[in-house]
Design a binder for this molecule. Sequence first.
Ligand SMILES: *Cc1c(COP(=O)(O)O)cnc(C)c1O
Length: 385
Amino acid sequence: MNPITKAIRIQTDRTNEMEHSTPMFLTSSFCFDDAEDMRAAFADESNDNIYSRFSNPGVQEFTDKMVALEGAEAGYATATGMAAVFASFMALLKKGDHLIACSSVFGSTVTVLNKYLPNYGIEVSYVSANDPDSWEAAIKPNTKMIYLETPTNPGLDIIDLAAVSKLVKKHNILLNVDNCFATPVNQRPIDFGADLVIHSATKWIDGQGRVLGGVVLGKKELIHQIYLFCRSTGPALSPFNAWVLSKSLETLDVRMERHASNALHIAKALEGHAKISWLKYPFLPSHPQHAIAAKQMKNGGGLISFNLSGGLESGRAFLNNLKMLSLTANLGDTRSIASHPASTTHAKLTEAERAAVNITPGLIRISVGLEHVDDILGDILQALA
Ligand SMILES: *Cc1c(COP(=O)(O)O)cnc(C)c1O
């Protein structure tokens, strides 16, 4: 079966009622028939569920669908995207190891890398998404992992997954990719050689702004290490959120197609607007890494970024002038969202630090929703005017 069919049809378990849709398994623990059954489960001799911190049928269903969509061997679902990111570092890295991260990664990931990993003797250094030729020089004898996002946030730079995979294979390093912005129906990093893929399911996977969730996917032996770490430290996905997310996956492919076609239409219409100095969308020929995007992505995704020539004050005025688009920190929702990183999410950085990750004073990021495209574009145009 095609992975898109699997995302609709996989059903890990049913109750005796044989319900057609996914049931919910709101239980913290599971019963055994007898002492022998229970002994076998605790001895890892059976796949029986024991306790929902370890496993739960509804969580497993969501995980199995994500495994199919990403073309992975195994996975573990977590309470949030950050729990997935953190678990992938803590389970696989140890004191004395070195991690290389792309400089434009999610803000909380930067906090984990800068503030917490050094406390455990894990060394971190950064490379630039815009300078792939510099990556090999950053590799040291103790480098264990390269961590990146593509497209990057909020600059929408594209990193060549096949090229980085070649580099990690040559140096025997793990490649860990946060695939949150693209989703697996648009880009499958494992097909290009990634060892691990991470998602914040909070974004496009849910796609309706309802729940938090995360997942780590990849090779069996790596995921087993992550599972053992999580089962003891407790970032399990709740069965209710797993139910929401499993149902969400049934529509992921159609949703992402419309998000992307809306975004492409809007990007084309805004490109060259008098108040916009540059606009980036991966599937516009003007995007600096358009050729790489076309090679590794099925469509350009649902995010657009552009720079207002008027700088910081124009950015704030643009947000204030919007009538329909939401002003919120999230992305990947049926409702279109506008954000101005320089005055909000990245306001604590210095101007130089923002410039280093391509956040200009007038940068606006739009998460294109599923409203009628004329209404989304119309609101953006009247706010620009
Ligand atoms: C939101 C986000 C995360 C963190 O996910 P949470 O579910 O909020 O913990 C990680 N990576 C990227 C790219 C994100 O956008």
